[in-house]
Design a protein around this ligand. Structure first.
Ligand SMILES: Nc1ncnc2c1ncn2[C@@H]1O[C@H](COP(=O)(O)OP(=O)(O)OP(=O)(O)O)[C@@H](O)[C@H]1O
Ligand SMILES: [Mg+2]
Length: 291
């Protein structure tokens, strides 16, 4: 046998080994529902975004019922900046006046949603973009008049998402909801959690721009690898969280209470974080489980 041939055979065996090792994982995940929330913060690099969409498509090919829910915080800020509309947040939620609401739906539905659909379709031709207003999927009411058009999800109608899944497609959901007086801006973490709860999802995965939850955001060494529901609830109560982490952890606690088996926060800018979390023992972010 030539040297080249033996090297090629070795490489082929290596590939087979990887597939065989993934077998028990694939077996255990088959048919399970996973809601992946892709944060706007992690979407900034186009080639990484493409990689993440390929991972999402692979999860589907492995037999999982994958629902993608997305935010778009950074892209919304860019448009608001161009329009010279001031940006402000309260407890991690975007204060959303009429003009801001228009920009939010333009960016989320008109841009981010369709770009993700397009990228996914590069790999499988099976992504369907919807917003929470389609099929009255996310029905909301105003959280607080001071926040303007920020919605709290009161009801999730899962019929549209279920029929998209049954048709063999991946639903890609923009976190916009419908209320009695128009469209509402829903924090994408809270929207993803409500959808995961309503679908009785097994796993809810948040892809963001940090490695996971830090006990102290200013201390790189303080990444938490596992947290129970009570510990997460405690962090919410003692006020140690800030910015976008407040709705994220609140939505995680709610999802666990409603029966979602595990929730993960991982770095969506780290190549293949989603695959590593799904098909290996190597947890790369923070996993939240019931007590
Ligand atoms: N204790 C903490 N651990 C980790 N990140 C934290 C913590 N406290 C605050 N953060 C901030 O939370 C941010 C992630 O939330 P953010 O809302 O900005 O992004 P996202 O939810 O992924 O995107 P989008 O809001 O567009 O959906 C991080 O960039 C980090 O700066
Ligand atoms: Mg956020």
């Amino acid at each position: 046998m030539k040297k080249d041939d033996s090297k090629r055979r070795e490489e082929a065996l290596e590939k087979a080994k990887v597939l065989i090792e993934a077998m028990p994982w694939i077996h255990s995940k088959n048919g399970r529902t996973v809601v992946v929330k892709y944060g706007g913060a992690a979407m900034e690099n186009a080639s990484l975004c493409r990689e993440v969409m390929r991972d999402v498509e692979l999860l589907k090919l492995m037999g999982m019922r994958v629902v993608l829910v997305h935010g778009g915080g950074k892209a919304i800020n860019r448009l608001l900046d161009r329009l010279q509309i001031p940006v402000s947040f309260k407890n991690g939620l975007r204060v959303t006046d009429d003009q801001t609401m228009e920009a939010v739906s333009e960016v989320l539905i008109g841009k981010v949603n369709q770009e993700l659909v397009w990228l996914l379709n590069e790999y499988g031709n099976n992504a369907v973009g919807i917003s929470g207003a389609d099929g009255k999927t996310l029905v909301c009411r105003q959280i607080d008049p001071d926040l303007g058009h920020v919605g709290e999800v009161k009801k999730v109608n899962t019929e549209l998402i279920e029929s998209v899944l049954e048709g063999g497609y991946i639903p890609v959901v923009a976190s916009i909801g419908c209320g009695p007086d128009g469209l509402y801006n829903i924090n994408a973490d809270l929207a993803a959690s409500k959808i995961a709860q309503a679908l009785h999802a097994h796993t809810l995965a948040y892809l963001t721009d940090v490695d996971g939850l830090y006990a102290d955001i200013d201390d790189d060494e303080s990444l938490i690898s596992q947290l129970t529901r009570s510990e997460a609830g405690q962090m919410l109560e003692d006020g140690s969280l800030s910015a976008g982490m407040i709705p994220k952890i609140a939505s995680i606690v709610e999802a666990l209470d409603a029966g979602v088996h595990d929730v993960r926060i991982m770095n969506g800018t780290f190549p293949h974080a989603l695959l590593l979390e799904s098909f290996t023992d190597e947890g790369v972010g923070t996993i939240f489980v019931q007590d």
